[in-house]
Design a protein around this ligand. Structure first.
Ligand code: NAP
Length: 279
């Protein structure tokens, strides 16, 4: 059998080179602002990765770190300032926000043209209508991996496990827009295997190890593992039983080194795209 591993790290490195070359050809510097409220421990690492990636491709990267007890109005005022700032083309609010803040209102305050996380209802609407503009980065990364490996969704049966705004729903919508027949599974789905066994493409975005095991897929299926789970000793694993499933799948993403690096590459891509259409 050919090597089934989809190397997201290598593909992301290649895309970052392309984005760097594009940035160098511009007469201005694309800029990303990250808004971080509070001190959620996992956020710091993610933010550091995003900032480093921006700098490596020659983008401006600005971090606004607000205290955990910031008022809703302070966060909204900061976002409004960034909406008006001509040096900033992309705005990303690092989730989760502290509990007292209204997440939906914060997302809706972002100028949809600068919403590089693709979470604004207007951008969800464009995706839903089949005329996507800014789309969440992880789903874009999943689609880029499929494309790079010659997986054509049209006419295929696709199953997405997970239905979050950030991953599950948009990835399913992108697959549907590419003419796959899509099933969404979630925590109330009584028998996941009933659906996954017939699927040509399975995307797992749950946050629970071993959600998908070899007995749940058909031979030759393409499996994308979005999950990130931290085991004891800080080892990271995905949602898929990688060893078992890789014996049966035609293609599979590893964790780490699969979807994760692609998410950051797509953030750069979204920021570049937002900059290119800015007035
Ligand atoms: P989320 O908002 O917590 O959503 C998890 C989804 O999984 C929900 O729709 C939930 O169903 C479903 N679910 C939970 N238990 C289930 C079960 N036993 N069977 C079937 N479905 C179940 O998480 P998320 O933000 O989508 O992220 C999912 C995973 O991807 C996490 O591990 C996260 O860390 C990872 N992630 C990775 C990247 C990356 O760059 N690689 C980016 C984003 C997220 P209900 O809707 O019914 O509750």
């Amino acid at each position: 059998m050919e090597n089934p591993i989809m190397d997201g790290k290598a593909l992301a490195a290649q895309l970052r080179q392309e984005i760097k070359a594009r940035c160098e050809s511009l007469h201005f510097q694309p800029g990303l602002a990250v808004v971080w409220v509070g001190d959620h421990p996992a956020s710091e690492i993610y933010i550091r990765h995003k900032q480093k990636a921006c700098e490596q491709v020659g983008m401006l990267s600005v971090l606004h770190h607000l205290p955990a007890d910031s008022a809703q109005d302070e966060v909204l005022a900061l976002i409004e300032g960034l909406n008006q700032d001509p040096q900033i083309h992309g705005i990303l609010v690092q989730m989760p926000l502290p509990e007292h803040l209204d997440e939906a209102q914060v997302i809706e305050a972002i100028d949809p043209a600068k919403d590089v996380d693709g979470l604004h209802p207007m951008n969800s609407g464009y995706l839903f209508s089949g005329a996507a503009r800014l789309v969440p980065c992880t789903p874009l990364g999943v689609m880029a991996l499929l494309k790079a490996h010659g997986v054509e969704p049209a006419g295929k049966q696709a199953v997405v496990i997970g239905r979050s705004q950030l991953v599950g729903k948009p990835v399913g919508m992108l697959l549907l827009n590419e003419h796959a027949s899509v099933s969404f599974l979630h925590s109330r789905t009584p028998d996941l295997a009933r659906y996954t066994r017939d699927a040509d493409i399975v995307v797992v975005a749950v946050g629970r190890p071993n959600t998908l095991t070899a007995d749940m897929i058909k031979p030759g299926a393409v499996v994308i593992d979005v999950g990130i789970n931290r085991l004891e000793g800080r080892k990271i694993t995905g949602d898929v039983d990688f060893y078992g499933v890789s014996q049966k799948a035609s293609l599979i993403t590893p964790v780490p080194g699969g979807v994760g690096p692609m998410t950051i590459a797509m953030l750069l891509q979204n920021t570049l795209n937002a900059a290119l259409v800015s007035p």
